[in-house]
Design a protein around this ligand. Structure first.
Ligand SMILES: Nc1ncnc2c1ncn2[C@@H]1O[C@H](COP(=O)(O)OP(=O)(O)OP(=O)(O)O)[C@@H](O)[C@H]1O
Length: 264
């Protein structure tokens, strides 16, 4: 294959205490691809992302990004990465302008360049009027847009998006989907982790399903569909995770909620 490998995980395992949360993960991701990284709660998706970002040490196996082992002490690869975390610690006391200029500078942009780019991007997200307001006054969706802007300011080559659509309205979701497709066409690589199956199904060139720290499926949506004889990614997910008790569990929850519900 002539495609340029942007990241690879080779037999990567990670434990927290006695608990092995990644169990020999192998993965190769190529330039310009959008990888949908899915799996049940607790499967190890965020752990994989944090590990690739160099936020977690103490793993076994090898992680290579842009052709270099990330454990070699050279952290310059981080300047080429944009990250939207699942849950972000955002500096609420800063204004959007201050926050974005600060993060842009951390990625090596000049202050005035970062500020101008931030304002231009805020305008496109219809947030111009809030540019000088504190983030503490922002709604959840507005904060999410700021996080997305901060992941893009330095024009990174590789994006790690962990549930990036959280809190976004339907119009903004469409913008982000289009944006990701355009960035991929430009040669950016996107590692996209989410529980919103219909979005993953539509935007990903390849889908990787992680269950209990192991890759149990890896292929295009069409390949997964052929292999599993299921219609939607949601159905494939249900089948491959072996989960069929939806109605039974929902029924039990209703029973528990209505138990002893006589009010004083
Ligand atoms: N700092 C930590 N200390 C101990 N255990 C952890 C820690 N972080 C994660 N875990 C455990 O590792 C496992 C994988 O967690 P992770 O956050 O990677 O899952 P996930 O696939 O991203 O889940 P979700 O879909 O719920 O976000 C879980 O069992 C979790 O309890």
């Amino acid at each position: 294959m002539n495609e340029e490998k942007v990241l690879s995980l080779i037999d990567v395992s990670k434990s927290y205490g006695n608990k092995r949360v990644l169990q020999g993960v192998n993965l190769e991701v190529y330039k310009g691809h959008i990888i949908g990284y899915i799996g049940p709660n607790g499967a190890g998706k965020s752990t994989t992302v944090k590990l690739m970002l160099g936020l977690l040490n103490d793993y076994s196996g090898k992680v290579e990004i842009f052709g270099s082992d990330i454990s070699n002490g050279d952290i310059s690869y981080k300047k080429r990465i944009g990250y939207v975390p699942e849950t972000a610690e955002i500096y609420e006391n800063l204004t959007a302008c201050e926050y974005l200029t600060f993060t842009g500078e951390l990625y090596g942009l000049k202050s005035d360049v970062a500020e101008k780019k931030a304002l231009d991007l805020m305008k496109e997200f219809n947030l111009e009027a809030s540019f000088h307001q504190r983030l503490s006054s922002f709604s959840k969706g507005m904060k999410q847009k700021v996080l997305i802007i901060s992941s893009l300011l330095h024009d990174p080559d590789l994006l790690f998006y962990d549930e990036p659509l959280s809190g976004l309205d339907a119009n903004s979701v469409i913008i982000i989907k289009e944006l990701l497709a355009k960035l991929a066409l430009q040669g950016k690589t996107i590692f996209y982790s989410s529980h919103i199956m219909d979005v993953v199904e539509k935007i990903s060139n390849r889908i990787v399903l992680l269950v209990e720290g192991r890759v149990v499926a890896d292929g295009t949506f069409d390949e997964l569909k052929t292999q599993n004889k299921e219609g939607s990614l949601e159905n494939i997910f249900n089948q491959l995770t072996g989960f069929t008790q939806h109605a039974e569990i929902a029924g039990k929850i209703v029973d528990i909620v209505s138990e002893d519900s006589t009010h004083e």
